[in-house]
Design a protein around this ligand. Structure first.
Ligand SMILES: Nc1ncnc2c1ncn2[C@@H]1O[C@H](COP(=O)(O)OP(=O)(O)O)[C@@H](O)[C@H]1O
Ligand SMILES: [Mg+2]
Length: 190
């Protein structure tokens, strides 16, 4: 594995002792979480955890919701499955919700936002059923994920990022790379 995951020598369980950060990239489906995550993986050296894929692969769900065409997550199973990897640090976690994860896991929580018309096109291109498109569009209009992130994590670590265009994506990627660089530089001074 090319990504790094290690503790500093001192306290093994304290989040402030992580020498590599954990970043949560969240936002309504279609806002570009997976594309942005993959774009920064190599440059940051972080490991990628796509929660949707993991849920499918390991069966961490309570069945499939036909109406919304999505898995019904078993939150406890997901958290248990991720605990070891995440507490080691050095991960990007990609998921369209955020209140199921323990607060101590993350050093940075990015909430991607996309204009409604752009998001609508992206979801339509995915071939989502109308019901699922409407549900996700409403989620974005009412900034459900942003509110959830603000309720679940400390306000200093929650950042809203517009992600409408390729230029936005590139600037978001640079911002993440710079943030990771600064985080590591700061940890290495101690
Ligand atoms: N910043 C962006 N500008 C233009 N298109 C984008 C941008 N981010 C993602 N996309 C496109 O939008 C679609 C959804 O992106 P994806 O990363 O799969 O979203 P998510 O993982 O949040 O559901 C993909 O087709 C992707 O290529
Ligand atoms: Mg995705």
């Amino acid at each position: 594995m090319s990504c790094i995951s290690e503790y500093s020598d001192s306290e093994q369980d304290a989040s402030f002792e992580r020498i590599n950060p954990n970043i949560l990239i969240t936002g309504t489906p279609g806002t570009g979480k997976s594309t942005l995550s993959e774009l920064v993986l190599e440059s940051t050296g972080l490991c990628y955890i796509n929660v949707n894929e993991l849920v499918k692969e390991k069966g961490l769900h309570e069945g499939f919701d036909q109406e919304f065409q999505s898995y019904i997550l078993d939150d406890d199973k997901v958290v248990d499955e991720l605990e070891d990897a995440v507490s080691n640090g050095g991960n990007i976690v990609d998921y369209h919700s955020c209140d199921l994860f323990p607060e101590r896991w993350f050093d940075l929580v990015l909430v991607l936002r996309t204009d409604i018309t752009i998001l609508y096109d992206r979801l339509e291109k995915r071939g989502y059923p109308q019901k699922k498109i409407t549900e996700n569009i409403d989620c974005e209009i009412f900034q459900v994920i942003l509110e959830e992130a603000r309720e679940s994590y400390s306000s200093e670590i929650v950042i809203e990022l517009q992600n409408n265009t390729i230029q936005d994506m590139e600037s978001n990627a640079s911002r993440i790379e710079q943030w990771v660089y600064n985080f590591k530089a700061q940890k290495n001074q101690h």
